[in-house]
Design a protein around this ligand. Structure first.
Ligand code: LMR
Length: 338
């Protein structure tokens, strides 16, 4: 097939640059691409532009905070847009739970405009969510300090249920004038490879909402122009047809209860094998829990027990089953003790 292609002429302008680069002659002169050059043939960046660049990086709002730990792809994703990424204390690995006082104090010390990424439910990678009372305290600090909440709702319906898993988003929306919510349909609609989801931007007033929508449209145009519609069309159909919607909600609810009963089962078996208390796994929510395993112990679990997980010890509870739970528990405890 490809042998039928014939050579196309070089781009009339960029082709000049390529030819210039390839010419070894010391006498070569580039009169091609229309960019300014100084006496040395360099294209200078004006001082004002350099200053502006520094100001953009140092401006309020240029810092984005993520929980420690957070989803492994948050920092690479956010880092690519030029924001300064930092962490707020979140998970107590020694004594599984949220380092709530430290988290709150950290947020309370941030300058206005700081963006704070919050896992709305089913914290990834720990499974450790805030209680309703803790969410209320976080929302109060976020509002008082003028921080910008950016809520990540990737597992709605897989923690408790669709309604309760979004309670934190509603609570935050009542407390602040502006917020962003990233919603994924990948997990709760089982269409992981369709990349279907949405971004909700809560704006202070109608005029700002219009301006924000314009910016989002422009970003979409430069990033993907027109998104594939397949996954979104499926989600729209499920949500808009009462019978399909009910069927989906019933299935999703079954998935959540199955995960939660597997949590209890795994916690009980880990406790039985080790004699230690693993009930905290049963109290966590969503797909994940994080075991106290080093990368070396994770490798041990893989090499000696065929158990596969990321190097931070995060396990997908949905990978456990009544049929494999004894093997999984024995292998995990062997890894903890290795
Ligand atoms: C995960 O954390 O495993 C999922 O969100 C899948 C992904 O894309 O990382």
């Amino acid at each position: 097939m490809l042998e039928t292609l014939t050579r196309v002429p070089p781009d009339p302008i960029l082709g000049v640059s390529a030819a210039f680069q390839a010419d070894p002659s010391p006498e070569k002169v580039d009169l091609g691409v229309g960019v300014y050059k100084d006496e040395q043939g360099k294209t200078p960046v004006p001082r004002a532009v350099r200053t502006a660049e520094q100001e953009v990086y140092a401006a309020p709002g240029a810092t984005i905070l993520v929980s420690d730990p957070t989803w492994a792809n948050h920092i690479p994703l956010l880092g690519t847009v030029g924001l300064k990424v930092d962490r707020y204390p979140y998970y107590d690995a020694q004594n599984p739970g949220v380092l709530f006082e430290r988290m709150l104090a950290h947020l309370d010390a941030q300058p206005a405009g700081t963006i704070v990424v919050l896992h709305a439910c089913c914290h990834n990678p720990t499974g450790q969510d805030l209680s309703a009372a803790q969410w209320a305290e976080v929302a109060a600090v976020v509002a008082r300090r003028g921080l910008m909440p950016f809520m990540d709702l990737a597992y709605q319906g897989l923690g408790e249920d669709l309604d309760r898993d979004a309670a934190s988003v509603r609570l935050m929306a009542r407390a602040v004038p502006e917020m962003l919510v990233a919603v994924s349909c990948s997990k709760n609609f089982g269409i992981y490879r369709e990349r279907t989801g949405l971004l909700i931007a809560l704006s202070g007033n109608v005029e700002r909402a219009g301006i924000t929508t314009g910016h989002l449209g422009r970003l979409a145009r430069t990033l993907w122009s027109m998104p594939p519609d397949h996954g979104a069309a499926l989600v729209e159909r499920v949500l808009s047809q009462p019978a399909l919607r009910q069927e989906w909600m019933t299935e999703l609810s079954h998935m959540a209860s199955r995960i939660n009963s597997l949590r209890g089962l795994l916690a009980e078996r880990l406790g039985a094998v080790s004699g230690d208390d693993y009930r905290w796994i049963g109290a966590q929510r969503g797909m994940f829990s994080r075991l106290p395993l080093s990368a070396t112990q994770v490798a041990f679990a893989r090499d000696h027990h065929h158990l596969y997980m990321p190097p931070d010890g995060r396990i997908n509870i949905a990978g456990v089953s009544p049929a494999n739970v004894d093997r999984v528990a024995a292998g995990l405890i062997a890894a903890v003790r290795s």
